[in-house]
Design a protein around this ligand. Structure first.
Ligand code: AGP
Length: 614
């Protein structure tokens, strides 16, 4: 959430910072800013703009500032509207120091009051500006940077990543991390700072992921790391594999469309990886074979699309591993009573591995010493570093805010993992395990083939037609209910159309009153024969009230197909993989509705790819 980039070194900072910000724009895009120290006189200069990064870039025509030390930011507002004043960087009273920030300073009210009483003048509504004034005040008291920083970090509450430049210290950049991600790229006589290594992955692969609750002083060849008490820490610099980072659209109009088409390949790549680690899997996920054999329950944590993947996986684990599976929204989990269970494990699901709600939930489980695993797409993420063990999907970089291939690979991973646990427990044999792996590939084929089959009619007929409606009801039942929730989320976030999802059996308990000619009903079928019969009754209830029915059905489901006003017929797969088979077509359809409506599909309003605030 928010893109943060800093540079100090032998070269000028503006070009690498703007390039880095453009790669991070998916993290926030309601305003942007750049500040640097003017070479020669070390004067702090800056440019800020409301809106997307290109608005900032335009301003350099009038004000072509640059310097060897600089910071940049793209914002996703938390405190204060999106405006030029509230854009980062923020400053102290005399604009001698400048700060870019990700996260939230939770005690900003109290600090602001105190600073105003001391005479500080504020020019924005942001919590970030408080940090600038507080540091200004602490520098006056302590006279030196290090003690001022120690005092600063001990007064700030919340989760934050901060990058600071100061006129008084032109050869040093300050970076601070508590909770929010921050990494430093080490180059040849230059240092890069960012909230995501994507910003500088093409320049250096030597990275320091700043430990939580630490800060660093950086120079072109300087890296001093401290904990919050001021004790020096030994930096642990890693070499990361950035080969998988691809930030081009490869000819597609949007990243979302490219990522929809990448799904079959991503599932194949993920499965190939799982096969390759199948023998060492327990080391990787941080469990012993004995622990797995004794597992009596499994718990999932996640947000948004990752939570939907967990809700679908609940069916996998209960059916395949024959044990109860529970799913919690990570944002709720911390505030609910916690009943520790014996022989249990938690799986935190997060595409980015940086979602604050999920990380906090994971930390809570960790603090109780209960086995936990991060299922994520980003090997260098905080979730991987903090969990007992991890399982990586191989979807490749997902840039569009709306998650597509990450969701598909999460489903494939969870289906595979449920079978791997069942194999270890002796519930299934090797042949059944092999069959399950083949079933994933069959579902990946179905996912891609159904897009191809309906591509033309969606683009030419269905998308323009359904884009005329303002509200939708989405229905599913059993395993297709969480899938219908994911479909409704996808439509809402990229097209801004209202979509309400219900379990189909609940229709008659109230929502049936909503059926009218203005509200198409999208119904997602199931391959479980009993559930299918029940869904059929629900579809009949809709038609009996002259509802308009759009059906995602499977081959052979004649009765349901006949009831539909519009219908997509998907090849049959293993019933538990029905959601995976429907994934591509559902995403492709809602993508084209949003396209007809001319929405900014890759960067929908108010959203950001990685939600690093609670
Ligand atoms: C998905 O389309 C969303 N943009 C969002 O719900 C996302 O899945 C959620 O914020 C969780 O992100 P994560 O998987 O990176 O933790």
């Amino acid at each position: 959430m928010c893109g943060l980039v800093g540079y100090i070194g032998k070269n000028l900072s503006r070009a690498p910072i703007i390039k880095g910000l453009s790669r991070l724009e998916y993290r926030g895009y309601d305003s942007a800013g750049f500040a640097c120290l003017n070479p020669g006189d070390n004067r702090l200069v800056y440019v800020k703009a409301q809106g997307q990064l290109h608005n900032l870039i335009k301003q350099f025509d009038q004000k072509p500032i640059d310097g060897h030390i600089g910071i940049g930011h793209t914002r996703w507002s938390t405190h204060g509207v999106a405006s030029q004043e509230n854009a980062h960087p923020q400053f102290d009273c005399y604009k001698t120091l400048s700060i870019a920030h990700n996260g939230i300073i939770e005690n900003h009210h109290m600090l602001k009051e105190q600073l105003m009483q001391e005479g500080h003048l504020f020019s924005s509504q942001t919590d970030t500006e408080i940090v600038a004034h507080l540091l200004e005040s602490l520098l006056q008291i302590h006279k030196k940077l290090l003690p001022a920083l120690i005092s600063l970090v001990n007064q700030l509450q919340g989760a934050y990543a901060l990058v600071i430049i100061l006129q008084a210290y032109p050869d040093q950049m300050v970076v601070i991390r508590k909770g929010s991600p921050l990494c430093i790229g080490i180059g040849q006589q230059e240092m890069f700072v960012s909230s995501d290594l994507l910003a500088f992955a093409d320049i250096t692969n030597k990275v320091l992921f700043l430990p939580d609750q630490s800060f660093a002083l950086l120079g072109k060849e300087l890296l001093e790391l401290y904990d919050f008490s001021g004790a020096p820490l030994l930096p642990s610099i890693q070499e990361v594999d950035s080969a998988w980072i691809n930030v081009d659209k490869n000819g597609y109009e949007h990243f979302m469309l490219k990522e929809i088409y990448e799904q079959k390949g991503a599932i194949y790549a993920s499965l190939a990886f799982f096969r390759s680690i199948s023998h060492q899997i327990w080391d990787q996920v941080g469990l012993t074979s004995e622990q797995v054999k004794n597992l009596e329950s499994i718990h999932f944590l996640g947000c948004g699309t990752s939570w939907h993947a967990a809700r679908i996986a609940q069916f996998f684990f209960e059916k395949i591993c024959l044990m109860p599976a529970r799913v919690m929204l990570a944002s709720e989990f911390r505030y609910m009573p916690f009943f520790a269970e014996k022989n249990s494990a938690y799986i935190a699901i997060s595409q980015s591995g940086e979602t604050a709600d999920t990380l906090e939930a994971l930390r809570l489980v960790n603090s109780m010493h209960i086995a936990n695993i991060a299922l994520t797409n980003v090997a260098s993420s905080t979730a991987v570093r903090e969990a007992d063990g991890f399982l990586l999907t191989h979807a490749g970089q997902e840039i569009a805010v709306a998650s597509t291939k990450a969701f598909a690979t999460q489903l494939a991973a969870l289906y595979w993992f449920a079978h791997r646990i069942a194999l270890e427990k002796g519930i299934i044999n090797l042949y059944q395990f092999e069959t399950a792996q083949e079933d994933i590939l069959i579902a990946a084929e179905a996912l891609e083939n159904s897009i191809e089959k309906y591509k033309k009619i969606i683009v030419e007929t269905y998308a323009p037609y359904y884009a005329q409606y303002k509200k939708f009801i989405f229905l599913g039942r059993h395993i297709s209910y969480p899938f219908a929730m994911e479909a409704a989320l996808k439509l809402k976030e990229i097209s801004y159309l209202f979509a309400q999802c219900y379990p189909a059996g609940e229709l008659k308990h109230g929502p049936i009153a909503l059926i009218d000619a203005e509200t198409p009903i999208f119904l997602f079928s199931s391959l479980d024969s009993l559930v299918y019969q029940k869904l059929l009754s629900n579809a009949q209830e809709v038609k009996a009230r002259k509802g308009h029915l759009v059906v995602f059905a499977f081959e052979g489901q004649k009765e349901l197909i006949q009831l539909a006003d519009a219908c997509f017929i998907i090849p049959t797969v293993n019933p538990l993989l029905a959601p995976l088979a429907m994934t591509g077509l559902m995403q492709f359809f809602v993508y084209h509705i949003a396209k007809v409506l001319d929405c900014p599909i890759d960067k929908p309003r108010n959203l950001a790819k990685s939600v690093t605030v609670e």
